[in-house]
Design a protein around this ligand. Structure first.
Ligand code: G
Ligand code: G
Ligand code: MN
Ligand code: NA
Length: 250
């Protein structure tokens, strides 16, 4: 397909790397972790976002191999930061393929286990959690037993399937930016507030994604979210810029 061809062309010309976006704990007023985001750096120094190459690779069956590459890259970055006296928790996006493939899952979990004390987290799309519910439940259980917190990513997009919340054990619900954009209208604001409250009553920690402005920050804080991520706090940072970048936010 055309998309697969573009993805291969990009991979031929660029280098995969990770960027890291800080997450702010509103109560503590501290950066409590980072989300690892895949990028492709081109020779001219510009970066391509994953939307242009990741879906084609996942469709071609490379999702689990890519996740394994990401976990190794993140743990390398964590080692370098640790040597420089910087420690943090990092959340890794996992593709649906990884939850389904035993070999890939075991290897990724083993790699994560080596970094238990630093605190790794997993982010999974709702759509990855609704297929093979028994298998997914077992795999999420193994992640959480290993101390890996599970985040439901992009909540509120696609067709939200609420069975995730009684079938699967998760720790954090990340409310998608589209819900926040809809909150510019009164009904959208009420929906955001109620979804946030319901998730908290069910015992989940709630993170507001894509918070771009102080006004949005004040709104989500008033809704009671625990964690905030978005340009208002920080853009995703290059790995080398993370220790100083996070220190500057403190
Ligand atoms: O960083 P950006 O907004 O362009 O990310 C676009 C999408 O790609 C997001 O949905 C995000 O979850 C996904 N994504 C980003 N980095 C990774 C990664 O390392 N692995 C996987 N599987 N998905 C990622
Ligand atoms: O994993 P997820 O689908 O949540 O990916 C998050 C994506 O959103 C990343 O690609 C990141 O670059 C992007 N992003 C992060 N903060 C903001 C923001 O404040 N506004 C917008 N529009 N996008 C953001
Ligand atoms: Mn994510
Ligand atoms: Na998201």
């Amino acid at each position: 397909s055309r998309r697969a061809q573009e993805a291969l062309r990009l991979l031929q010309t660029g280098t995969l790397c990770m960027h890291y976006q800080p997450k702010l704990d509103l109560q503590r007023g501290e950066i409590v972790g980072l989300e690892a985001l895949l990028r492709l750096r081109l020779a001219d120094g510009s970066c391509v976002e994953p939307g242009r190459f990741l879906p084609a690779l996942e469709q071609a069956g490379f999702g689990d191999m890519l996740d394994l590459w990401v976990v190794r890259q993140v743990t390398d970055d964590l080692r370098r930061w640790h040597a420089a006296g910087f420690e943090t928790r990092v959340a890794i996006n996992l593709s649906a393929a990884t939850l389904g493939e035993e070999e890939a899952f075991d290897e990724i979990l083993a790699t994560m286990l080596g970094f238990k004390t630093l605190g790794l987290e997993a982010e999974l799309l709702e759509s990855s959690l609704i297929q093979q519910p028994e298998l997914v439940r077992a795999r999420l259980g193994r992640l959480r037993e290993a101390g890996v917190r599970v985040n439901v990513d992009d909540f509120g997009t696609g067709y939200s399937n609420l069975t995730v919340f009684h079938n699967a054990a998760v720790d954090v619900v990340k409310l998608d930016r589209s819900l926040l954009m809809a909150a510019a209208e009164p009904r959208g604001a009420a929906l955001y507030r109620e979804v946030c409250a319901a998730m908290q009553r069910l015992g989940y920690e709630v993170l507001a994604e894509g918070v771009e402005t102080a006004e949005e920050g004040e709104f989500v804080a008033a809704c009671g979210v625990a964690l905030v991520q978005g340009w208002w706090i920080s853009r995703p940072l290059e790995a080398a810029a993370v220790p100083a970048g996070v220190a500057a936010l403190a």
